[in-house]
Design a protein around this ligand. Structure first.
Ligand SMILES: Cc1cc2nc3c(=O)[nH]c(=O)nc-3n(C[C@H](O)[C@H](O)[C@H](O)COP(=O)(O)OP(=O)(O)OC[C@H]3O[C@@H](n4cnc5c(N)ncnc54)[C@H](O)[C@@H]3O)c2cc1C
Length: 472
């Protein structure tokens, strides 16, 4: 009889876990509470047009993500913006990812010589320690012990914290620098400038269609309880609409955001406290199309400053400059997330117009509220992570996958999914190392694997290059 594993959640962590479970000879069943898969990396359709409602960009050095793409996707991807703008003290500063010298001078105008020197020193330190800085291990622990009693703002000049560093805290954690730990900032800086960044021309929808194919995926199934008896998983219970369900099983992977975990699983008090110490900050993402271009070839991505309700805005794709992704995130956005869609869009447009005009009329809008939020890792994060994972020693047949384990991006989610599957198949220390995509894929028509894939850009130009070099 096949060994069935129930996976709770149909986002990239859950469907990634299903993909790896099949490769390990398990039979996955995915239980997803909502009526579609994709979670925070999902997509919606308007007529013929698809739009991502959350995560979409991936990097060329992500081994698991690119490993999956290689099994079904022709290697032609949309390129991420080669330039970006940052609002510092109300003024817009442009950076070209390829123009190191000009960037240095522009940075100096925004944050002063002291800020630039401090920023470069942080980047250099993170690059030097890149090999050791991971979401587990000793390097992060050492940073936490030295620095995590205070937030990022305690360690860097104000202008630097509220300008370039906010770019990291707000994009990666929907958090302000004074809400973010220095140790996790160093983790994010360590991956800065690695790989080139891309997105899927037909949106993340094609990835989820592929991952969900031939997997028993049950949408509209909300799990309310993972039944544990005598230190082992026995069943999952929940509701599908009005109908209750209970599935007997000895293997469960939870693949929900961390804050959902206490709602489906009785955690020890230490793990419960650890779960609470890792915050998730809510945000909203608006896709809006206009009948004229909003962005230009050299202005296509803007990071906003600390007083703005906008965290970040960009052209949906380089070739869709009339199509805007507004992200309302950070402290000033949070109280506004209760507004109705039209008001929320006006707030976003008004904040945007303060730094750049919006010509033309709006033709389409879609608002996604991610009230469950983005993981901001928290202070003394690696300690909390260890306490959470200790739960897996307590309960046999249980594994965790999600954005709170290996990083808040799609590769981090896949790393956690692989760790979860390996843990259930009896391997040890799976959560203490990164994983490679297995070379013997289950897809007979898979193209031959290429090591270190750098996806070519559709317009034939080179990948975007080293961000760090551009900023230094
Ligand atoms: C606006 C935004 C932009 C982002 N940009 C990027 C990016 O460009 N690149 C990148 O790599 N990452 C990005 N991210 C992060 C990335 O999208 C997330 O890390 C990733 O999607 C999280 O996936 P997940 O499967 O762990 O969680 P989720 O996607 O949240 O999936 C969890 C699923 O579990 C379901 N669920 C919850 N509770 C239950 C229950 N009780 N029973 C059954 N099902 C349940 C939920 O409905 C959900 O579908 C972005 C995120 C956001 C919000």
């Amino acid at each position: 009889m096949e060994d069935v594993v129930y996976i709770i959640g149909g986002g990239i962590s859950g469907l990634g876990a299903a993909h790896f479970a099949r490769a390990h000879g398990l039979k996955p069943v995915v239980l997803e509470a909502s009526d579609s898969v994709g979670g925070r990396a999902g997509a919606i359709c308007n007529g013929e047009q698809w739009y991502e409602t959350g995560g979409k960009n991936f990097a060329s050095d992500w081994t698991l993500f690119n490993g999956i793409l290689r099994t079904f996707h022709p290697p032609s991807f949309d390129r991420q913006h080669p330039s970006f703008h940052i609002v510092i003290n109300g003024r817009l500063h442009g950076f070209d990812k390829r123009a190191a010298l000009t960037n240095g001078l522009t940075m100096m105008r925004g944050i002063g010589l002291g800020g630039v020197l401090r920023f470069n020193a942080l980047l250099r330190r993170a690059a030097r320690e890149r090999g050791d800085l991971a979401y587990f291990g000793d390097a992060i622990r050492a940073y936490e012990e030295r620095h995590d009693d205070q937030p990022v703002t305690a360690y860097v000049p104000r202008a630097l914290a509220q300008g370039p560093l906010r770019m990291f805290t707000v994009i990666m954690g929907a958090a302000e620098p004074d809400e973010f730990s220095f140790a996790t900032l160093m983790l994010l800086l360590a991956s800065f400038g690695k790989g080139s960044h891309h997105s899927l021309p037909q949106t993340t929808r094609v990835l989820f269609d592929y991952l969900a194919r031939d997997v028993d995926t049950r949408t509209g199934h909300r799990v309310t309880n993972v039944v544990v008896e005598n230190g082992r998983v026995r069943a999952v219970e929940g509701r599908a609409g009005e109908k209750p369900f209970r599935y007997q099983t000895g293997k469960v992977i939870t693949a929900t955001p961390l804050h959902r975990l206490p709602h489906i699983l009785e955690l020890s008090s230490e793990a419960g406290y650890a779960a609470q110490s890792i915050p998730y900050h809510p945000l909203a993402l608006i896709n809006a199309d206009y009948d004229a271009d909003v962005f230009t070839p050299t202005m296509n991505s803007i990071m906003f400053d600390v007083g703005s309700p906008l965290g970040h805005c960009s052209a949906n794709r380089m070739y869709k400059r009339h199509s805007v992704r507004f992200t309302l995130s950070g402290r000033h956005a949070r109280p506004l997330l209760v507004l109705d869609d039209e008001r929320l869009v006006s707030v976003a447009e008004n904040a945007f117009r303060r730094v750049h005009p919006i010509p033309g009329k709006r033709r389409f809008t879609h608002v996604t509220r991610h009230l469950g939020g983005i993981c901001a890792y928290g202070f003394h994060y690696s300690l909390a992570r260890r306490r959470l994972l200790a739960e897996l020693d307590r309960v046999g047949g249980l594994a965790f996958a999600g954005d709170y384990l290996f990083g808040h991006n799609m590769e981090g989610c896949l790393q956690s999914a692989m760790a979860a599957v390996r843990h259930l198949t009896g391997e040890t220390e799976c959560y203490q190392r990164l994983h490679e995509y297995p070379q013997d894929t289950d897809s007979s028509d898979a193209p031959p694997p290429t090591q270190g894939l750098a996806p070519p850009c559709p317009d034939g130009t080179k990948p975007t290059g080293d961000l760090k070099a551009a900023m230094s």
